[in-house]
Write a new protein. Structure first.
Ligand SMILES: [Zn+2]
Length: 328
């Protein structure tokens, strides 16, 4: 988690540096076209320094107030000249400032509330949320999922109450979940009953305080296979496996749609075994019940191990009914 945040901070610093460089380039070209502007800016900057040092001297009683007032009047005059010049050449005064994405914090991510204290700017809170979401790997259709936005009216009337209870239970589960608590959920139900959306809600409610990874196991197997054709230095099969093994919370969507090949089952068994041993939380959804998964895999050593491990990892088993296929 710490590494990830430092990655975000580096990203912010790089972006800020780039904007400053672009601004410097722009100012150079502007000065080349309008040397009078350059001269005025140099005078203004020189005068600024004099005013600062004279203000200090004034506080120490070394110079008179009159001398300071003289400098300030000169400053007003230079500023007026500059404003006239900008008007005359049709230069937008805003363009003389770096083009920060956020004016509130000049892209530093911090806003001063008084001389000594700064708080995170809204833009950096949003940015962090976005990057955490991105790291969770949610597909676009559930990227904005939220417990506060669930529309239970999309469920058929007979399933509404049960859906509400499940979402409320899982919301509470998220509020209480701690990393390494070994807690887990198994949610089964038909396609279109909102299981993926529920995982989206979990990811978005927790990705601020722990690392979360959303994975459809069938897609994960595809990315594992894709690593075989990669060159040195790129993400390896082991990198991908390590990530889903070690992430604080793993969300495994649609378990059972993958072909139960030995490759698929062996990898899954190792991932789930590992998380079980280290008490790492896991939430699994499937179109199959646990019993069905066990029955499906009865003749397979790995399959059976997975199903039994899941029944140990996932203390709570829930069934989500209904078919939304609508706007959720
Ligand atoms: Zn900001």
């Amino acid at each position: 988690m710490r590494d990830e945040l430092s990655h975000i901070r580096n990203y912010e610093a790089d972006r800020r540096q780039q904007i400053l460089m672009e601004h410097e380039k722009y100012m150079e070209s502007l000065y080349a076209r309008f040397p009078q502007l350059k001269k005025l800016d140099e005078q203004i900057n020189g005068l600024k320094k004099s005013i600062i040092s004279m203000t200090l001297a004034r506080l120490q009683g070394r110079v008179s107030g009159q001398e300071l007032t003289g400098l300030e009047q000169r400053m007003d005059q230079l500023r007026r000249e500059k404003a006239d010049l900008l008007k005359q050449f049709n230069i937008d005064p805003d363009s003389l400032q770096p083009r920060w994405n956020c004016r509130a914090c000049s892209d530093t991510g911090w806003v001063y509330i008084d001389d000594e204290h700064a708080v995170p700017c809204q833009c950096s809170i949003e940015e962090r949320r976005r990057l955490h979401q991105q790291a969770a790997g949610l597909p676009a259709r559930i990227a904005d999922a939220s417990f506060d936005k669930v529309n239970y009216n999309l469920y058929q009337p007979q399933y509404r109450e049960q859906a509400r209870r499940i979402f409320e239970y899982v919301k509470q589960f998220c509020q209480e979940l701690k990393p390494c608590s070994g807690q887990g959920l198994f949610i089964h139900g038909p396609t279109g009953s909102g299981k993926s959306y529920l995982l989206g809600c979990i990811a978005n409610s927790l990705s601020q305080r722990m690392t979360v990874k959303y994975v459809v196991y069938a897609d994960f197997l595809d990315s594992l296979r894709a690593t075989y054709s990669l060159r040195d230095g790129e993400v390896t099969e082991q990198d991908l496996i390590d990530e889903v093994r070690n992430v604080d919370l793993l969300l495994l969507d649609d378990l059972g749609v993958e072909k139960p090949t030995e490759f698929a089952l062996k990898n899954l068994a190792q991932i789930i075994d590992y998380r079980y041993r280290y008490c790492l939380p896991l939430v699994v959804t499937s179109n199959f019940t646990l019993e069905e998964l066990i029955r499906r895999s009865q003749n397979d050593l790995y399959g059976e191990r997975i199903a039994w491990r899941l029944s140990e990892c996932c203390s709570k088993i829930m069934e989500l009914k209904g078919n939304l296929r609508l706007n959720l």
